[in-house]
Design a protein around this ligand. Structure first.
Ligand code: NAD
Length: 437
């Protein structure tokens, strides 16, 4: 059993804390957001993430998980620190690492024994080195501190499973002590197969950006191909099946749609583009990936505007399913759905919006728009709506009740995630418009 302190109780930090307890460790989680910590003391999870509440409750009950709003109470037994604070984008695309730097100072001033500090936040190459020097400058006693890069690859909505069943665990270090400690902490995840990959700290930092950029590239590739498929009357899903069956390509991240959003892909791609710029190298691929992603929303919007005349649209009530940036989360950061709503709201009479869990966050984000109504369920007032737009692939949208949907006045579906069975929709007299299909 290790005594671990996790810094940051967000999507990554809280999952990391709860899962490390599940692996048999004692974890204290620090977050400077007092309200978040107050809620966590009562096992109230400040965001939606399946399976997390049960783990947090169990950890609190067993006295293996605790929460604090200050660094001063860092346990004298704590020997491992994991920084999981946010690294938001700045207006020029570069990454704001000030929260990581503040965490490093907080640790250094309050640390009580030789320790290892892992940086799990996604940070630009070189941050590991910087944090090492910040800690040395701020240490209050003569202590040996190792800093290692430990990027996180979990997906919101499936974060607990991703943590407990990782494809790989990346540790950027040259230290034998860090390697030994990582093996001890992740022993039970590593029984069948050695999943830990030790590489240099800089390589670990870049690996995280490379992984997200590669996945985003697959998405943008399919989205660009979907434009051609649309023109040639080819179903992009048939292409997906055709190429996804090739093991060299792989079946994941090949779905054409409204494009990627969320708190990671957009900012991580910007950050990598910024790294290219700072190294005076052109990043032709990444700039195109970003551009294609932005065009995807514009071309979907044009599909709606082409279907209705601008004058027509002014009298229409459109129903939108899906507000979060992807299913199984209430995270609306960089949600394509909300961007679409902002653009469409000025062109229509009204938008009726439904999402299984992201309505509270969206209500706050969209508070300045007055021709929107939030719904209690996906079919509420459907007979008063003209058409349906699907923006997020939540499970309960995958096989909907078409009898209800056929009550739409114009009987049209704009499927921004290509999730419906278009033949079934047509059987119910509905006009179906997907992306590249
Ligand atoms: P988040 O915004 O959900 O949580 C960050 C938390 O850090 C907040 O609760 C905030 O109050 C806290 N915090 C800020 N400064 C602090 C400080 N000085 N001391 C203590 N707490 C502080 O962010 P997140 O989504 O969990 O992401 C965290 C990091 O992990 C980012 O670098 C992100 O890029 C990376 N990441 C995120 C995901 C994801 O799916 N969300 C996946 C992999 C990696």
């Amino acid at each position: 059993m290790k005594d671990i302190t996790v810094i940051g109780a967000g999507y990554v930090g809280l999952v990391t804390s709860a899962c490390l307890v599940e692996l048999g460790n004692k974890v204290s989680c620090i977050d400077t957001d007092k309200e978040k910590i107050r809620q966590l003391h009562q096992a109230i999870i400040p965001f939606y993430e399946p399976r997390l509440k049960e783990l947090v409750e169990k950890g609190l009950e067993n006295d293996m998980l605790s929460f604090s709003e200050s660094y001063e109470g860092i346990s004298e037994n704590s020997e491992i620190f994991i920084i999981c604070v946010g690294t938001p984008p700045q207006s020029d695309g570069s990454t704001n690492i000030s929260y990581v730097c503040e965490s490093a100072k907080g640790i250094a001033k309050n640390i009580k024994r030789d320790s290892i500090v892992f940086i799990k936040s996604t940070v630009p190459v070189g941050t590991n080195e910087l944090i090492s020097s910040i800690i040395k400058e701020n240490l209050s006693a003569e202590l040996d501190i190792e800093v290692a890069s430990h990027p996180e690859f979990l997906k919101e909505g499936d974060a607990v499973r991703d943590f407990m069943e990782p494809d790989r665990i990346i540790i950027g270090t040259f230290s034998e002590l860090v390697k030994k400690t990582a093996h001890e902490v992740y022993k039970s995840l590593n029984l069948q197969k050695d999943k830990i990959i030790f590489i240099s700290p800089k390589a670990a930092e870049l690996t995280k950006y490379a992984a997200n950029s590669f996945l985003a590239t697959k998405i943008s590739f399919m989205n660009e191909l979907s434009l051609l498929a649309d023109n040639l009357s080819i179903d992009i899903n048939e292409i997906r099946r055709g190429i996804g069956s090739d093991k060299r390509i792989g079946e994941y991240f090949l779905y054409a749609g409204l494009g990627y959003g969320g708190s990671c892909f957009p900012k991580d791609i910007d950050s990598l583009i910024d790294a290219y710029k700072k190294n005076n190298i052109e990043s032709a691929i990444l700039s195109s990936v970003k551009q294609v992603n932005e065009n995807q929303l514009t071309s979907f919007l044009s599909k709606i505007l082409d279907y209705y005349t601008i004058k027509d649209l002014k009298s229409k009530v459109l129903l939108i399913w899906g507000l979060s940036f992807k299913p199984n989360t209430d995270d609306i950061r960089e949600s394509v759905s909300l961007k679409l709503i902002q653009k469409l709201s000025t062109q229509v009479k009204e938008l009726k919006l439904y999402d299984p869990v992201a309505i509270p966050n969206s209500r706050e984000f969209l508070k300045d728009i007055n021709n929107i109504t939030f719904l209690d369920n996906q079919y509420q007032y459907i007979e008063r709506c003209d058409s349906l737009i699907i923006c997020t692939e939540w499970e309960n949208f995958l096989d909907p009740d078409y009898t209800h949907i056929s009550k739409l006045k114009d009987k049209v579906i704009f499927d921004g995630r290509n999730i419906l069975n278009k033949n079934k929709a047509k059987e119910f007299g509905l006009k179906y418009m997907g992306i590249g299909c």
